[in-house]
Design a protein around this ligand. Structure first.
Ligand SMILES: [Zn+2]
Length: 261
């Protein structure tokens, strides 16, 4: 009887070890493809200590590989939405895949460290919600590209802010019991794709940008802006902004993007 139990334990241990190494092989396949196509290192083992005291995290263990692989499959598809030239312009070198990611005392889905050209992504934070995982990836991409635009003003944009409803102030919330007067499921104030966008002008832009690259959100954005003139102005601005940064992401690109999705 005892021998049987030992046999069972040994089989379980070997099976777990086999699964971990099979997933490690699958993960390596994605890592190699992204490195070859984009020159970006997807880092998940021996993750260096944080380059900034504001950003803290824990690296994945072998027991996380199954979830990490699922996450990497999502991220590879999102990276492939960009032409390789896009990332060359930003000099992105590494993406670190971590868990328990915090910016100061706030839980974070992602963060970008400009001096080291690193994006940090928490692969566990939105487990099971692929739309949120996609959206947050592009949100961080926006924060990254703004660091590479000369004379970009991070915290103010008079033109963008002037489009908001009179009396609106970023970071104050929408007030209780407010409802969007034009679009039923939109955030309570006009001109926003998410409630988080009402935090600051920079987060508003990052949220609008991210919605462009997630097809369901892109389509929703187009529906809402038919009625919401403020949102329409922000979408037009962002479309031009993206094309100015990378000329290949133009009208033709978006038509193809929406057709394929
Ligand atoms: Zn942000």
């Amino acid at each position: 009887m005892k021998r049987k139990i030992w046999f069972f334990i040994v089989v379980v241990i070997f099976t777990l070890a086999f699964c971990a190494s099979a997933k490690a092989n699958d993960i390596e396949g994605i890592v190699q493809r992204v490195k070859e196509q984009y020159g970006i290192n997807l880092v998940y083992v021996s993750i260096p200590v944080s380059p900034s005291p504001d950003v803290t995290y824990v690296g994945p263990g072998k027991g996380d590989y199954s979830i990490l692989f699922e996450y990497l499959r999502v991220i590879e598809k999102e990276i492939q939405k960009y032409p390789p030239e896009f990332f060359q312009k930003t000099n992105l070198k590494n993406i670190f895949f971590v868990k328990k990611l915090f910016y100061q005392d706030k839980a974070a889905e992602g963060a970008y460290n400009y001096p080291h050209h690193v994006i940090f992504l928490d692969f566990l934070r939105n487990h099971g919600n692929k739309i949120a995982q996609r959206h947050h990836f592009h949100h961080e991409i926006y924060h990254m590209i703004t660091q590479h635009i000369p004379d970009y003003t991070l915290h103010h944009d008079e033109v963008w802010e002037s489009w908001n409803e009179p009396g609106f102030a970023y970071g104050k919330g929408a007030g209780s019991n407010q409802k969007n007067p034009l679009n039923l499921f939109a955030p309570p104030k006009l001109g926003f794709m998410t409630e988080y966008a009402m935090m600051s002008v920079e987060e508003d832009k990052a949220e609008t940008y991210a919605c462009f690259f997630v097809s369901s959100q892109h389509k929703l954005m187009h529906r809402w802006m038919e009625k919401d003139e403020i949102l329409r102005k922000k979408v037009e601005y962002m479309k031009n902004f993206i094309q100015n940064f990378c000329s290949q992401i133009n009208e033709e690109y978006w038509q193809r993007f929406l057709k394929l999705s």
